[in-house]
Every structure is written in structure tokens, then in C-alpha cells.
Write a protein that binds this ligand. Structure first.
Ligand code: GLY
Ligand code: MN
Ligand code: MN
Length: 440
């Protein structure tokens, strides 16, 4: 687990970037699953990153303009015997101070009454509009009251701005402790993939494979899957966010598994492997697999500090399109196909995303005109694929696709850490070479 000093260091850094602006970072709330039953609680990653506090309905207030000992305020659910019988343990106000380092703690009920006073003297306020609708009216009211007062007090109107550029810049570059946690999440995820492959037999259901993977996640003490595990046999693999996992896994088809665990402190793995259900690729499956694997390796090998997510995507895309032209599944000059986008019926997503406390982690890919350059400590996925189905019509000028290719959906996804000189593939325990995943 990330230790409390690390959370405190992050807050110090956040304070230093805020200048004399206050910030309000709300916790997540419980989400209804159906009727009055709730999903398992999942903390908001921004709130978690700064507080390490894993309860719902809390708010963190950052007040750099206040004296030491009055800067970091937590509003939390108070201890309440009856509520704790139903919903479980709460740290309460004392716990927020003693265990989570708050300077001052209040009951969440006090937030509307106290906010206005706490903000007096702040130059501006960092708060993300549109995402925390249970808190937003209270903040707008406090700002409006401040404006009402200003006629007499002479205070200048408080500027409202989003905290994301500051906070997400911090979250984008992982600390050493975070990197260790991500490595743990990815290692558990990779081992689950290997376990699934070792147990796979034709005739099993997608759901059985999901169960093997998710049991392993839970056995390892994680929270379970970081996102809806995808176990997609045959043509189901061409549905990018397939999660129903209810079909039979048929001999002769491929299975695509996209699954990763989430640790107790929310660091995630995100790995995809695709392999033949009966252990042997058909000629067509092998041809497509070789292209995706080559594209993925090319993209990973292109990673050096200074490379960009866009550059990685372009490296993969070029190899994918070249391979598809060689197989006559695309027609024309590689550059023109890429420029026109006439490959998109076969490859319709980007080649990766940042990975961290969120699976699709925060952090800009582009700042204005400039793509963000990779730096040591960033973590991202590299996940090219090819999906051959009837779902997207073949664009004009491109060849129709013979039946023998249909229902092949392949993605290979690794999690990659940017190191000082290049990269480290964190998910290599999950095998992907053809001779490693094919039975002889
Ligand atoms: N599993 C979600 C993704 O690969 O982006
Ligand atoms: Mn991914
Ligand atoms: Mn994935």
C-alpha cells in the first residue's frame, strides 16, 4: 500500500502548484446498481490520490491561503453507530485527523455552512464543474454569496478553474512507489492470463474463463477486475467492449481476453491476449496474428523518452496497414490508406492510453498544438488490433472480405513503463509469441 507520507507529499506538491487558490476535491458517492442495492464502493481517483481516504461522501478542501494547521480540511461522514451497522466502519472526524493527516475535520453536513468562510482570502477556486453534481450547487452558492458580499467587503470576485491540469499532470508521472504497485497489479493480471490459457478447452463458456481469471484476482487479495473482463470467442472479439461473456468457446475459433485487476489501493493492470481455443491457429488467424504482433512490437520498440502517444499509434498503424495490404484485405498505397482512414473498418481504435489509478488514466495527450512527450515514470498501454467482421461496411474502393477471414478479432495489449532510456514491458509474463501460445 502507498504510505501516508506519500499522500502527504502529494498534498504538499498540490499546494505548491495552487498558489493562493483554494481547491475542492470531492470523494465518490455510492452508486445504485438496482433498486436500493449499491455497487461496491469505488473511490474517485483524484480524491484518493490526495487523501488515501476510502469512504464515500467526503470532501477535501485545500486552503493554501490559510496558516499552517488550517490548510487541509476533510469533511467526512461522522461516526454513527446505527449507520455503521448497515454500511460498515467509518473513520469519523477523529480518524480523518489521526489516520489521514487532516488539519481539521468536520461532518459532511457542515460543508454548506462552513465553505463560504473557509474560502475568504483565497484568490481563486479550483473545482471541476459538471462532474460532482451533488456538491456543485453548494459551491456555486458560496461563490454567489461572495459576489453579493463583495460590494461591501471590497473582495475581488473569485475565479473558478478546474484542478485537472495541475492534478492530472502530477498523476501522469508515477512515483517510484506507484510504479511498484502498478507492477504488482500487472504481474497478477499477467499470471491470470496464463492461468486462463492453461485451463482453456473447447466447449467451455466465456464465463468459465472469466471466473478463472476473476477468482485468481480475488485470491491474490485485489479488489477484483479493474473493468468488465472481456472474454470473447470468435466474432465476439470484434465487439470492442464485449462483456456479456455468455457464449461457448468453439474449437477452431480464437478467444480474445482483455482483463486486469485492481489492487486495494486502486492501481490497475490492463492486458489483452488472443489465442486459439484448440491450441492451433488456422492459416488466416495466424496471418492476422503475425501482423498485430509485429505492429505491437514495432510500436513498443519506438518508445523512448520524447516519443509521443501519437507516434506510437503511427508506428503500429503503418505495420497493420502494410500487413493488410500484403494479404489483399486492403488495397492502395499505405500512406493514402492511412491518410484517408480507409483501414478503419478493420482497426477502429487508438493504440493505447495512460494507465494508473484509472485504467484509462488521466493526463493530457496533447497540450494545444503539441503532443505530450513521453517521460520516465509514465505508464501506458500498447494495444493494436485487427477486427474482421460485417459490422462496419467496407469503404468504397477497398476489397470485399472473403468469409474465411470473417470473425477474426485479435488484440494484443501490454502495459509499458517509460524508463530513463527507453521502456520496460511490465506484462511480459503473459506470453504472446506464436510458438509459446500454440500447442505443438
Ligand atoms: N480494457 C480497456 C482497454 O483496453 O482500454
Ligand atoms: Mn487498454
Ligand atoms: Mn484492455
Amino acid at each position: 500500500m502507498i504510505n501516508s507520507q506519500t499522500f502527504s507529499n502529494r498534498r504538499d506538491l498540490f499546494f505548491s502548484k495552487l498558489g493562493r487558490n483554494a481547491a475542492i476535491i470531492p470523494a465518490a458517492t455510492l452508486m445504485t446498481h438496482h433498486s436500493d442495492c449499491e455497487h461496491a464502493f469505488r473511490q474517485h481517483s483524484d480524491f484518493w490520490y490526495l487523501t488515501g481516504f476510502d469512504e464515500p461522501n467526503a470532501i477535501a478542501l485545500f486552503l493554501p491561503h490559510k496558516p499552517i494547521g488550517e490548510k487541509y480540511i476533510l469533511f467526512v461522514l461522522p461516526k454513527e453507530k446505527e449507520a455503521e451497522v448497515w454500511q460498515g466502519f467509518r473513520y469519523g472526524l477523529e480518524g480523518a485527523i489521526e489516520s489521514f493527516g487532516a488539519d481539521i475535520a468536520h461532518s459532511i453536513e457542515e460543508f454548506p455552512n462552513l465553505l463560504g468562510n473557509y474560502l475568504i482570502g483565497a484568490e481563486g477556486l479550483a473545482f471541476r464543474l459538471g462532474k460532482h453534481l451533488h456538491v456543485e450547487p453548494l459551491i456555486l452558492k458560496a461563490l454567489s454569496e461572495q459576489l453579493d458580499r463583495s460590494q461591501r467587503t471590497g473582495e475581488t470576485a473569485m475565479q473558478l478553474f478546474p484542478p485537472c491540469p495541475i492534478l492530472h499532470q502530477l498523476r501522469l508521472k508515477k512515483e517510484n512507489e506507484e510504479i511498484q504497485r502498478i507492477k504488482e497489479a500487472v504481474t497478477i493480471s499477467a499470471k491470470a492470463h496464463e492461468l486462463a490459457r492453461s485451463m482453456l478447452k473447447p466447449g467451455m463458456s466465456e464465463r468459465e474463463i472469466q471466473a478463472i481469471i476473476e477468482k485468481y484476482f480475488l485470491d491474490q487479495g485485489t479488489r477484483g477486475p479493474a473493468y468488465g473482463s472481456i472474454v470473447a470467442g470468435g466474432d465476439n472479439a470484434c465487439v470492442l467492449h464485449y462483456t456479456s461473456n455468455q457464449s461457448e468457446l468453439n474449437s477452431g475459433d480464437l478467444v480474445l481476453i482483455d482483463a486486469g485487476c485492481s489492487l486495494i489501493d486502486y492501481y490497475n493492470g490492463d492486458i489483452t491476449r488472443t489465442f486459439p481455443i484448440n491450441g492451433k491457429f488456422t492459416e488466416q488467424q495466424k496471418a492476422i496474428y503475425e501482423i498485430v504482433l509485429a505492429a505491437q512490437k514495432e510500436a513498443i520498440n519506438s518508445i523512448v523518452p520524447g516519443q509521443t502517444a501519437e507516434g506510437i499509434h503511427s508506428s503500429a498503424l503503418k505495420v497493420l496497414v502494410e500487413g493488410l495490404v500484403d494479404l489483399r484485405l486492403l488495397k492502395g498505397k499505405v500512406d493514402s490508406i492511412i491518410e484517408e482512414g480507409s483501414y478503419r473498418h478493420l482497426y477502429m481504435h487508438r493504440t493505447g492510453h495512460w494507465l494508473g489509478l484509472d485504467v484509462h488514466d488521466v493526463g493530457a495527450y496533447r497540450l494545444g498544438e503539441y503532443p505530450v512527450k513521453l517521460e520516465q515514470g509514465m505508464v501506458l498501454t500498447v494495444e493494436p488490433g485487427i477486427y474482421i467482421s460485417d459490422r462496419i461496411p467496407v469503404p468504397k474502393g477497398q476489397p470485399d472480405i472473403d468469409l474465411e477471414w470473417k470473425g477474426i478479432g485479435i488484440r494484443i495489449e501490454d502495459d509499458v513503463l517509460i524508463s530513463d532510456k527507453g521502456y520496460e514491458v511490465l506484462s511480459s509474463l503473459a506470453l504472446k509469441e506464436i510458438d509459446e501460445i500454440q500447442c505443438s
